[in-house]
Structure formats: C-alpha cells, structure tokens
Design a protein around this ligand. Structure first.
Ligand SMILES: Cc1ncc(COP(=O)(O)O)c(C=O)c1O
Length: 371
C-alpha cells in the first residue's frame, strides 16, 4: 500500500520538469560528446554564479567533492580536521579518505550545527581545517567559524550538501570556505537524477587543482601531473541540473512555506521542540526536524496513518562500526546522542499538497492528545 503522505516523492518532484529534462537529455545524446562537455561547463558557470563564487568544478558525488577539496589543500596522513559530531557520516569519511583524522565537536543544541565555542579546545598542532556542515538546510555559524579558522591559521571548508541557496549574513552557503563541497544526490534541494556533486571556491589555483584531480591528475590528455581519480560530473546529470537550477529558489520558497505552516501549527503541541532559525540565517529546510522524547511512538503512529518520516541520523558517526578504530563509546558526545535519540524528520518537499501538510499536523496533534 502506498503511503498517503510519502516522506519524499521524488517522482512527483521531477515529473514537473519531465519535458524540459527529456529535451536536455536529448540535447546531450544528439551532441555526441558525453564527458566534460558543454552542459558541464554551463552548469559550472551557473552554479558558481548562484553560489556567489568565481569557480565551480563538477564532480561525481558529494563525498568526492569533499575528498577532492581536502586533497587540494594538501590535507593528508598526520593531519587532523575538526568535524561536527552531529552529521551524516560522509563528512567524516572524506577526512578519513585523505588519511587525516576527524576530530568531532558537539553541536549547538538549538541549531544542531557545530558549536564554535567548543572548537578551540580541540585544536592541536596537527589541526589543518574546520569542515563545517550546514545541516538540514540551515547555515552553520559560518562567520564565527571563519574567524576561528583565521585566528588559528586553519582552512575553513563547508560541506554544503544540505543547504543549496541558504544565506548566512546575506552571503550564500558554499562561498564561506576557502573551498566547499556539495552533493546533488537526488533527494537534495537541488537533486540530479543520479549521483552528482560539485566544489565551489573563489580560489583559482584550488579550482584548477580540482579540475586536474577529478580527471586522473591530467591537465592535458595523456599528461598526468599527480595521482588523480575519475570523478567528473556526468554530462547528462549536468544537463538535468541546469534545468532544475532554474527552479531551485522557487522550490526553496515552497519548502519555507511548508515549514511556516508546520511551525505555526505545531507550536506548543506536546513536548515538541521545533526548528529554530538564527536571525543571521535563511533556512532552506532540506529537512524539517522536530524533537520529542516520544519519537519512536510518534513515528509508529504516523506510519499507521500512512505518513512517512525518517531519522537524520539514527546512529552518529562516532558510534558506527566504521569508526570503531577511533575508540569512542556511548556517552562521549552526549548532545549528539540525545539528538539522535529524539529527532524526527517530517515530509517537506515542493510537491507536498496542502491536505497532506494538514494531515501531518492533525495526526501529530492527535498523537499527543492520546498520550
Ligand atoms: C552532509 C552531507 N555530506 C555529504 C554527503 C555526501 O553526498 P553524496 O551522497 O553525493 O556522496 C551528503 C549526502 O549524502 C550529506 O548529507
């Protein structure tokens, strides 16, 4: 049985652009040029403009965007990188992939983003960078992070996979770090129809280095100046992203309208903690994350009503088997663990209909009335 309110209905999201997407794909098929062609070049130009930076380099995924960003800064074995304890594991994996060690820092419990005040005590002689995540669509405290990074001569790098189009102090996410990685995984605010990612930067040297690294370390066919990888933004995905980029701001506005309805109607219901947007931020609501100590029961109740929800994320990276070697145990990052135990993401996407939003609100109210 299909859900009345799916957590995310990507089919309806993309069908709105079906004809334009098919025409874009047709254009690539007919061009006869399938790797690093005109669509990739045009998308890179448009996305750089959108992000308020001079350069964008399209790559194969968000994880690769972060790995290549760190490689371009020469971060490697023996180095440490400050990361949020509360993030998707890909942020940490990028650091490990270059041989460096992720040093987790607890979040601000109000925004769920890395708490700048807790960073200085984690800085050592080995620290090279702060890798900040704009989680759920809200910018981290990027101005303060930049100040801390500058004071300690560290690089600031943004993981902007979840906040395309958000602003901090009026300046776009993806433009604060010396280099920034993003993902266009299908479920993101700007989502491809497959894997895709990009790096954004104002630094020409870094942009050129990443162009070379993504293409076998090759600045020129059959000339290899370093050991690169193959992680090029796919031409077909770039053509699709060019179509969808035109609608991103409109779609983000739709997400904000849905968030407003949730915020107005769920305020004061049960023990719910609702998302808080800092005055210096705009929030593009990649996720609408609520908190309650009755999380699991609420999730089951909503599922019975035909409403899909998800948990972003149920097990923090420090408690994953993949990071057993770092030796962390339960209790090491209590704020992050508390968040993981109490959060629930509600449906929020541009094709969510009004009756569906109402149904989510009414079902949550009904759950807390029954308690
Ligand atoms: C915060 C964050 N960083 C990195 C990634 C990795 O992106 P990708 O799935 O495109 O590799 C994602 C999404 O999956 C993410 O949410």
């Amino acid at each position: 049985m299909s859900l009345k309110v799916p957590f995310l209905d990507l089919k309806s999201v993309n069908l709105r652009f079906r004809d334009e997407i098919l025409r874009a794909i047709e254009g690539v098929v007919d061009s006869g040029w399938y790797i690093l062609g005109d669509s990739v070049a045009r998308f890179e130009e448009e996305y750089a403009k959108f992000s308020g930076v001079r350069f964008c380099v399209g790559v194969g995924s968000g994880l690769d965007a972060l790995i290549l960003s760190l490689r371009a800064l020469d971060i490697a074995r023996g180095d440490e990188v400050i990361v949020p304890a509360n993030t998707y594991i890909a942020t940490w994996l990028a650091v490990s992939a270059v041989g460096a060690v992720p040093i987790p820092v607890e979040p601000d419990p109000e925004t769920y983003n890395i708490d700048p005040e807790r960073i200085p005590e984690k800085i050592t002689r080995k620290t090279k960078a702060i890798l900040a995540v704009n989680l759920y669509g809200q910018p981290a405290d990027l101005a303060t992070l930049k100040q801390i990074a500058d004071e300690h001569k560290l690089f600031l790098v943004e993981d902007n996979a979840q906040a395309h189009g958000a602003l901090h102090k009026g300046k776009p996410t993806g433009s604060w770090g010396i280099v920034n990685g993003t993902s266009f995984y299908p479920g993101k605010n700007l989502g491809a129809l497959g894997d895709a990612g990009a790096v954004t930067t104002d630094n020409q040297e870094i942009a050129e280095r990443i162009r070379i690294l993504r293409n076998y370390g090759s600045p020129k066919k059959y000339v290899h100046i370093e050991q690169g990888i193959n992680s090029r933004l796919d031409e077909m995905q770039a053509a699709i992203l060019l179509v969808k980029l035109k609608y991103l701001e409109q779609d983000n506005r739709k997400r904000q309208e849905i968030a407003k309805i949730y915020l107005e109607n769920l305020n004061g219901v049960g023990d719910l903690i609702l998302p808080v947007t800092k005055p210096e931020n705009t929030h593009v609501y990649h996720q609408f994350v609520i908190r309650t100590k009755f999380r699991d029961a609420l999730r089951d109740f909503l599922a019975e009503q035909g409403i899909g929800t998800l948990i972003h994320y149920p097990i923090p990276p420090h408690l994953q088997k993949a990071y057993k070697s770092l030796g962390y145990t339960k209790g090491d990052f209590p704020i992050t663990e508390e968040i993981a135990d109490t959060i629930l993401s509600l449906p929020i996407y541009p094709t969510l209909e009004h009756w569906q939003i109402e149904m989510v609100v009414e079902s949550i109210k009904a759950f807390f009335k029954r308690l």
